[in-house]
Design a binder for this molecule. Sequence first.
Ligand code: NAD
Length: 304
Amino acid sequence: MNAATIIDGKAIAATVTDRIAEATKRFVEETGAPPCLAVVLVGKDPASAVYVRNKGRMAEKLGFRSIQKTLPAATPEDDLIALVKDLNGDPSVNGILVQLPLPNHINESKIIELIAPEKDVDGFHPINVGRLGVGDFEQALLPCTPAGCVVLAKSARNGDLSGLNAVVIGRSNIVGKPVAQMLLKENCTVTIAHSRTRELETVVRRADLVIAAVGRAEMVKGGWLKEGATVVDVGINRVPAPEKGEGKTKLVGDVDFESAAAVAGAITPVPGGVGPMTIAMLMSNTYIAACRQHGLTDLEKAAR
Ligand code: NAD
């Protein structure tokens, strides 16, 4: 039986954040102030609150300044618009992230489009989406989860994805579409599969690299994979775990880890794979945004 290499997202994320922490010291020497990330949370969604807290903690750990603005769920859209405009206009703020989802009465696209593209560290602004589309990585801020997937895939392939058949399962704006474009930039031959794809198993079996971003627990089975494939599992699904006790749950990915690990060459675990990379890439984006805003091209390269 093949024993797949487990791609250690935590360790790889730590190498990224260590590099940024080092580079941040030089940034502070150069500019007199650290990069600053502002995170805005509207409402009390428990999962969002945990994400926001983790982002703030990581920013501080790396030596950034971290601002957290928490607004009540009933905040009028105009108040959020005013806050985003304030943050856009504040030269000491380098990165702005409005935690999604927003309450139903607030138009998400409107808010995303309001964030200054050069401060859009989530990479969701149409300007950044367009820059990714045309391959302008010099100016784009890239969305964090897909960028993290590419780093993980490259780590398993000696840094080179060129010529690989990549199959991305999922076509969301947050993961599937942007990761497909990033893989094109890495010279992969890319197929995007989705809910209407016919004979998904056959499509997946052609892949040297599989990125699963579906949101369906353990959907991709080992039997679907080509021997030796690299598998990056983006899915985060909470499922019952009676083995841990009554009413207990656990997190699993979109890939059936056990059967897949028997066939794959390398695979990311859930948790401990893509998740830690997402936050590391957010820190990377904040650092890059800060360097660009100060015209520090050499320092920007230190984050890569
Ligand atoms: P989404 O619901 O927006 O998109 C899911 C995609 O899967 C759709 O494009 C759909 O066409 C496709 N799909 C659905 N059923 C399918 C099927 N049976 N066969 C093939 N394709 C199918 O989800 P998303 O926002 O892209 O997230 C996907 C998963 O990744 C979720 O589990 C989410 O929690 C997780 N996620 C993780 C991170 C992280 O940091 N690790 C970040 C973002 C999303």
